[in-house]
Design a protein. Structure first.
Ligand SMILES: Cc1ncc(COP(=O)(O)O)c(C=O)c1O
Length: 107
């Protein structure tokens, strides 16, 4: 029987460790941990990478989900279909904007 190997974050990190270390040290040395020019440059670069004129850098995936739902005016009275095979933050942020998460395994 074939098995799907578990996600190996350490192996994944090792492929980019030097770049991550350089970037983290640059942020620490700048003293600007919130917003600032490094975050702005990241947002611009990432926006270009994904082909978008608009890009907002977030401190977490949870905040990104919240902002995306707010940007779409999702709120009370709305239902958002999502997968049950995800992190709790997905349903949590749907609830946080006042909408109802609907867990579905079929599309
Ligand atoms: C699918 C998914 N969504 C959202 C999150 C939340 O991200 P964060 O921990 O950065 O808030 C996670 C975190 O593991 C996740 O796996």
């Amino acid at each position: 029987m074939n098995t799907i190997p578990p996600l190996d974050l350490t192996e994944q990190y090792c492929t980019i460790a030097a770049d991550v270390s350089t970037a983290v040290l640059e942020v620490l040395a700048s003293g600007q941990y919130i917003n600032g020019p490094i975050v702005e440059t990241f947002a611009q670069d990432f926006g270009r990478y994904i082909g978008s004129d608009e890009c907002v850098a977030c401190n977490s995936g949870t905040d990104a989900l919240y902002l995306a739902l707010r940007a779409l005016n999702i709120g009370p009275g709305d239902e958002v279909i999502t997968s049950p095979f995800t992190f709790i933050a997905t349903a949590e942020m749907i609830s946080a904007v006042g909408a109802t998460p609907v867990l579905s395994i079929s599309i």
